[in-house]
Ligand binder design. Structure first.
Ligand code: ADP
Length: 341
């Protein structure tokens, strides 16, 4: 049945109706023997055939208009044209289909927007990465070209090799940071929260900056109750705190001061990393958490602009958040809020 075309169905119905009416008329004629019965039967059959023919014509027209509209709407949807027109009457089959088409159109548009946004993000990421890689690669090329082009003294050779080393370190750091960010974003790394003393995590983070702080004559003061416990991933939280502390050392001039303090709130444990450094103007305080964002003025300092982005990812993935209070020229305080459970 499903395979029979609509046209053939109508034709079959019409033929069936005509044949059965004629058969009935002949039967009646045979029973009654009246000519009028035959005439009436023939007239009735002719009328039924005309009406059925008109019905077929009307239905065929309607169907063809509907398929034309449907094709036009679908073409519009495929090429990203406007939203399909909604039929007012919600009872007819056409209105029901058009309503579903509108919903489908909405879903398609939403998916298209998502794909566009992802594509734009990917483009920005690729351009950011190429921007980050460009400078160290250009420096490496310049140093190796010089080394190849002319003979150098032993001292120059050492300087050039140091230069190569520092550029490869930068590239390595960039690759490692990007790897971490990507694994965190894709969920390849899951943070395991366990109840533990915060002081141990803080000690781990601070151990990474002791030498650099000492070299700049920066004092580091840590205040954290020994019995302060919080549910957190020790290794990753230490990494986030290290990024904040590392920035504090980098962006604080010699003989400055860094204070770290932790206190328990009702729902959160709050951890402050305060420095007496260069500070961040208010207009840029939201931007500093963006991937690869670096302030113009800090380009003489090492860094790729992923430290705060990673720190925020690590903290938010544990249900917490980071905020910054800062004043240009006076210092900054980064506060990490970790939920107690
Ligand atoms: P990076 O330090 O590698 O540049 P971050 O993501 O850690 O990248 O920091 C982004 C930017 O935020 C830095 O380039 C710097 O301009 C600013 N910044 C971060 N921490 C501080 C701070 N403690 N004091 C002043 N500026 C800061």
């Amino acid at each position: 049945m499903k395979r029979i075309p609509v046209k053939t169905m109508f034709l079959l119905t019409e033929t069936g109706a005509a044949v059965s009416m004629l058969a009935l008329s002949l039967l009646l004629f045979a029973v009654t023997g009246e000519d009028r019965v035959l005439l009436a039967g023939a007239l009735l059959t002719a009328c039924a055939l005309i009406w059925l023919f008109l019905l077929t014509l009307f239905f065929a027209r309607r169907l063809s208009r509907f398929t034309d509209d449907l094709c036009r709407t679908m073409d519009g949807m495929i090429t990203g044209g406007g939203e399909p027109a909604r039929a007012d009457d919600s009872e007819t089959i056409f209105a029901r289909i058009s309503c579903r088409l509108s919903r489908l159109y909405g879903i398609l548009q939403e998916n298209r927007r998502k794909v566009d946004a992802e594509r734009r993000e990917l483009q920005t990421l690729v351009s950011d990465i190429s921007h980050q890689v460009k400078t160290p690669v250009a420096n490496l090329k310049m140093v190796t070209d010089t080394l190849l082009a002319k003979p150098v003294t032993e001292r120059e050779r050492r300087d050039f090799l140091q230069g190569i080393r520092s550029q490869t370190d930068k590239l390595e750091f960039l690759v490692q940071s990007m790897g971490k960010a990507s694994r965190l974003e894709t969920g390849a790394i899951t943070l395991e929260k366990k109840d533990g003393p915060l002081i141990d995590t803080l000690a781990l983070a601070c151990s990474g900056i002791v030498y650099a702080a000492e070299k700049k004559g920066i004092s580091v003061e840590v205040r954290c109750p020994e019995d302060l416990r919080v549910s957190h991933d020790g290794k990753w939280t230490a990494e986030a705190l290290f990024n904040l502390l590392d920035n504090a050392v980098k962006y604080t001039p010699e003989d400055g001061k860094i204070s770290v303090s932790a206190e328990q709130w009702e729902m959160y444990v709050k951890l402050d990393v305060a420095d007496t450094g260069r500070g961040i103007p208010e207009s840029r305080q939201a931007a500093i958490f963006r991937r690869f964002y670096r302030e113009e003025e800090v380009h003489d300092q090492p860094g790729v602009g992923l430290g705060l982005y990673l720190a925020r990812e690590i903290v938010t993935r544990q249900g917490g958040y980071i905020k910054v209070v800062s004043e240009a020229g006076r210092g900054s305080t980064f506060s990490v809020f970790l939920p107690r459970r």
